[in-house]
Design a protein around this ligand. Structure first.
Ligand SMILES: Cc1cc2nc3c(=O)[nH]c(=O)nc-3n(C[C@H](O)[C@H](O)[C@H](O)COP(=O)(O)OP(=O)(O)OC[C@H]3O[C@@H](n4cnc5c(N)ncnc54)[C@H](O)[C@@H]3O)c2cc1C
Length: 471
């Protein structure tokens, strides 16, 4: 245990963020680092609660949080790093962008601010890189077996690393021009700069993982070729089909999917020449609710939007946990992201009825306010339009951040004959094998759109399934 009385002596400290004025002038990361002395005191707040819900309930990766808090407090950084890596391939990524369900499950959080788990994780990983402790871990012997990983998001990368370290020959096929999936082209640089991915890829190349970009599996290479050339296939293709809105005016210019907007900015940040990019400069921008919407707000602000409005069909969440949503559950409360701090008008209980434009370009969103009923016997809530509540929002740029439906049902899924579940995700058994022998799947393509830590966990589990399959 870190320090028995630490939680009584020290308050939670969060790392500083760059000021809004400064940070909206660039796309660099916002969060700064706590000093080493302060970090140790934060680790000291972990109180050996006996039933660490952070580890067993909160963290999808089952990170051994109380143990590495103890090690940080005792100055055993290398041991803390090893323990962190025992459950998480990319703690420097989770340490930057995880919404930290571990913290909302921290026992101290019942009546005090929880331990700063996410930031401690980040600093353990960063120290590992600074000290040169993170190097390729080359498998002891080559098995002679080959595995194709389709898709290079966190699920595919975690699986590829685990498999390469077990001695298998791993090739990652990615249809995009760079490796990383949504880490690369979804998540904005102000949350995570892309050098963070590149540093890990360097390690993975050293471990023998081969990366092939610009390859659309299913078309550029056929499922038949994959099956004949590899002993196992892992599909980690994400859930990239966006949810659309079928309302009048949908086809007006200036209405875009959030991912198109975010990916372009990430490409510009990477130094690519993007002809005629979608720009928010000088525009009235309207974005959907949720985290992807929030990433659009920050990006639109940095591009110089005139105004940003975020609309959400759901009602405004409460500021405190509802009694029916007790600790250690994930609290459904109002959250304010760094993008919200940068300025936007947030509106709740708003339904988009249609768009109007001039000269083929969107100018106005036609909306109505909705009232949500309490849950029915099955726990479902429904909404009703409030009579007479119709209103309009001025908009030159509308960004759809309405979520993702499922993995693409293209030739890869079809030709391999993969069974899908009721929501259109790839169905897998307990060993992450799909309905096709030797074909595995993991990440968002199995769960639907989720979180990076869940994708990493799924990738690791699928790697275990493949290792068992390959004997
Ligand atoms: C804008 C945005 C911001 C997000 N922010 C966060 C956050 O802050 N924290 C968090 O925890 N989660 C966040 N998420 C969710 C998180 O990014 C995903 O849950 C996670 O990336 C899923 O990982 P994955 O490996 O399953 O798939 P993905 O990351 O989607 O990667 C799938 C890859 O497969 C490739 N691919 C697909 N089909 C083929 C094919 N046929 N051949 C070759 N390649 C193919 C795709 O090009 C893609 O690169 C965010 C999501 C979005 C959209």
């Amino acid at each position: 245990m870190a320090k028995p009385t630490g939680f009584l002596e020290y308050s939670r400290l969060d790392p500083d963020k760059r000021t809004v004025q400064e940070r909206i002038r660039d796309h660099r990361e916002i969060e700064q680092m706590l000093s080493p002395d302060n970090l140790i005191l934060q680790a000291a707040r972990c109180m050996d609660c006996g039933v660490p819900s952070c580890h067993a309930y909160g963290c999808p990766l089952f990170n051994r949080i109380p143990d590495w808090n103890d090690m940080v407090y005792a100055g055993h950084w290398k041991r803390a790093l090893d323990l962190l890596h025992a459950t998480n391939n990319f703690p420097e990524i989770a340490g930057r962008i995880c919404p930290a369900p571990c913290e909302t499950a921290c026992t101290l959080g019942i009546n005090q601010p929880p331990v700063s788990i996410r930031h401690i994780e980040l600093q353990i990983a960063e120290r590992g890189f600074d000290e040169g402790w993170i190097r390729p871990e080359i498998g002891a012997h080559a098995t002679g077996k080959r595995v194709a990983v389709i898709g290079s998001g966190p699920a595919g990368l975690a699986a590829a690393q685990q498999l390469a370290r077990a001695g298998h020959g791993v090739v990652v096929f990615e249809k995009d021009d760079r490796i990383g999936g949504l880490l690369r082209y979804g998540i904005p640089d102000f949350k995570m700069e892309k050098r963070v991915i590149d540093r890990r890829l360097e390690q993975m190349r050293g471990e023998g993982v081969r990366f092939e970009t610009g390859v659309l599996a299913g078309l550029d290479i056929s499922p038949r070729f994959l099956s004949r050339s590899f002993d196992a296939i892992l599909i980690t293709a994400g859930a990239t089909v966006p949810r659309d809105l079928d309302v009048p005016g949908r086809d007006l210019e200036g209405i875009q999917f959030a991912m198109a907007f975010l990916a372009q900015q990430n490409r510009v940040n990477a130094g690519d020449d993007v002809p005629d990019p979608i720009s928010a400069r000088g525009k009235d921008v309207v974005v959907g609710g949720g985290d992807t919407g929030s990433d659009c707000i920050g990006t639109a602000r940095r591009q110089g939007a005139k105004s940003v409005t975020q609309i959400e069909i759901l009602p405004e969440p409460p500021r405190e946990r509802h009694p029916e949503n007790p600790w250690p559950e994930w609290p459904n409360i109002l959250r304010r992201s760094t993008s919200h701090e940068e300025g936007c008008d947030r509106q709740w209980g708003v339904l988009t009825k249609g768009f109007r434009g001039e000269g083929g370009r969107v100018r106005v969103l036609e909306c109505v306010r909705v009232d949500w009923s309490g849950p029915d016997a099955a726990g479902r809530r429904s909404y009703q339009e409030i009579p007479g509540s119709a209103f309009e929002i001025k908009a030159d740029l509308v960004l759809f951040a309405t979520g993702f439906v499922h993995v693409e049902h293209g030739p890869l899924v079809q030709d391999l004959g993969l069974r899908l579940d009721g929501r259109g995700n790839i169905e897998v058994d307990s060993g992450f094998m799909t309905s096709a022998e030797g074909v595995f799947a993991a990440g968002d393509s199995v769960t639907g759109a989720s979180l990076v830590v869940r994708a990493i966990w799924q990738g690791r589990q699928a790697a275990e399934g493949i290792k068992g399959f390959l004997g």
